[in-house]
Design a protein around this ligand. Structure first.
Ligand SMILES: Nc1ncnc2c1ncn2[C@@H]1O[C@H](COP(=O)(O)OP(=O)(O)O)[C@@H](O)[C@H]1O
Ligand SMILES: [Mg+2]
Length: 463
């Protein structure tokens, strides 16, 4: 049996474990459907699992329904009830406050519990509303109860729809932390947030985080990468092509921690940047992790193979891809923006040197709050920079504004354009790097010369 009491939610335990030092009282508040019961049941379950018995007092939730719903989320209260680790007590709606209070007192003084949940305290709050004497009594009651329990009291407060503020009235002076759960709809998906306000304890007084409730998994909290400083760049990456180097002169290298934006027309998506980047990775002994919003891994592999046709034989490319390239695919529409950017961070390994986001336009097409998106993205990129990744963001130019926003947060911009005189289209590559006095343009033949040079160097390696 572990001595510490826990939330049973990784993110909360990381940031707020001090809140649960006994005797502690926390309030979980929010609108109906926000996830209050789920969070309370999670706290109850994981402590009971650790041997700290839990008393769940329900003034609102039906036992059968609650146990069934929680079981779907991986919280098997029934199993622990069977072992005597969870005790469920239900009060009829019309019970008198004093009756409920006495009954709870009786149970907690005759048996010992690590966690006591009251879901919800609304009937108690309503009964004392407007009566200062009774309010003081209820406040005192919870204060004393927490000391008798000498564990964690979890008070659930239901906030009626249409009301934004919680008047905890009688109890706000006895709680050590208030967790406010909120939910809204973004792109047809539920976005859930948890706001933690601490009344006592550690340095973080208020924080808002995204969370999700998932089948079989329960609650997961996403901790944003909060970096106060703007990350700095790391070691040099050599550009393996004489032509580019000579034009770029003193800035003829990239750095780990840079953001490269590679843009092309949506109706003329080139392939020849692929050998350039993979060649650069291989020659610098760096691993690429491609995260595509557009194609499954197999399709990306085929694109890579095709891009090397006439340059390097297939078997060697297959070996190179196996050794240097990792491919993940992600449907960006499965998540809210905050969740998506966090999910991506969770997919990235320490081993990955270059993170290539492919098809960023697919997501950017449908973002309606560009300010919010850019803010989340900026934090994500800063986090990756600090992790010393080279970030390559690849996508079609869907509109001038989005192109400019992407370029503005990048250290290197590579923009393919298509010229089509005499029915034979030819690419040119506009290129800018922070620190260059001027951008420059490579013609397609110069780019091919560059790619040939890179391929020759890669062929010399014994891979
Ligand atoms: N199996 C499940 N998978 C995903 N979400 C679920 C599942 N079961 C319940 N939920 C979500 O959990 C929420 C209900 O949470 P609940 O803790 O009962 O809210 P509250 O107590 O704040 O009213 C609902 O919004 C529902 O969408
Ligand atoms: Mg509930």
């Amino acid at each position: 049996m572990s001595n510490k009491l826990v939330f049973g939610v990784e993110g909360l335990d990381k940031l707020f474990s001090d809140v649960l030092k006994p005797p502690a009282t926390i309030a979980i508040a929010g609108h109906p459907g926000a996830g209050k019961t789920t969070l309370a049941a999670t706290i109850c379950y994981y402590n009971a699992l650790n041997g700290h018995r839990c008393l769940y007092v329900s003034l609102q939730e039906d036992k059968v329904k609650l146990f069934r719903n929680m079981k779907n989320l991986g919280i098997d209260l029934e199993a622990l009830e069977g072992k005597g680790l969870v005790k469920f007590v239900e009060f009829p709606l019309y019970s008198e406050v004093s009756e409920i209070a006495n009954e709870i007192s009786k149970i907690v003084s005759s048996e010992s519990f690590g966690v006591v949940v009251v879901d919800s305290i609304n009937p108690l709050l309503q009964a004392v509303e407007g009566d200062y004497g009774k309010r003081a009594w209820l406040q005192n009651y919870f204060y004393n109860l927490a000391r008798v329990v000498n564990g964690v009291m979890v008070l659930v407060a239901e906030l009626p729809f249409g009301r934004e503020y919680i008047e905890l009235g009688a109890i706000e002076f006895v709680v050590d932390a208030i967790m406010i759960l909120k939910h809204s709809i973004e792109r047809g998906l539920v976005t859930r947030r948890i706001e933690v306000r601490k009344a006592r304890g550690a340095p973080l007084h208020i924080a808002e985080m995204l969370f999700s409730i998932e089948q079989g998994k329960g609650i997961a909290v996403y901790i944003p990468p909060m970096l106060e400083k703007i990350a700095r760049e790391g070691r040099e990456i050599e550009i393996p092509c004489r032509k580019m180097k000579s034009i770029m002169n003193v800035s003829a290298h990239l750095h780990k921690g840079m953001v490269v934006y590679l843009a092309y027309p949506p109706d003329a998506r080139p392939l020849n940047y692929i050998p350039l980047f993979i060649g650069m990775a291989v020659l610098n002994n760096m691993k690429i992790h491609v995260i595509s919003y557009l194609y499954p891994p197999e399709a990306i592999k085929l694109l890579i193979y095709r891009s090397f046709r006439d340059l390097i034989e297939l078997e060697r490319i297959e070996r190179i891809v196996n050794r240097f390239v990792r491919i993940s695919s992600l449907n960006p529409f499965m998540y809210s923006i905050g969740e998506l950017l966090h999910k991506e961070l969770s997919m990235i390994l320490e081993d990955d040197d270059i993170i290539a986001f492919h098809g960023i336009d697919v997501l950017q097409m449908v973002v309606h709050d560009r300010g919010n998106y850019m803010q989340n993205l900026y934090n994500q990129l800063n986090y990756l920079k600090d992790e010393q990744k080279l970030i390559v963001r690849i996508g079609s130019i869907i509109d001038e504004e989005m192109y400019r926003m992407n370029a503005a947060i990048s250290d290197v911009v590579m923009r393919f354009e298509l010229e089509h005189a005499n029915r034979s289209p030819v690419y040119s590559l506009f290129m800018w790097r922070r620190g260059l006095t001027k951008p420059f343009i490579l013609r397609e033949d110069e780019l091919m010369e560059c790619i040939n040079e890179v391929s020759e160097k890669v062929k010399q390696l014994s891979i």
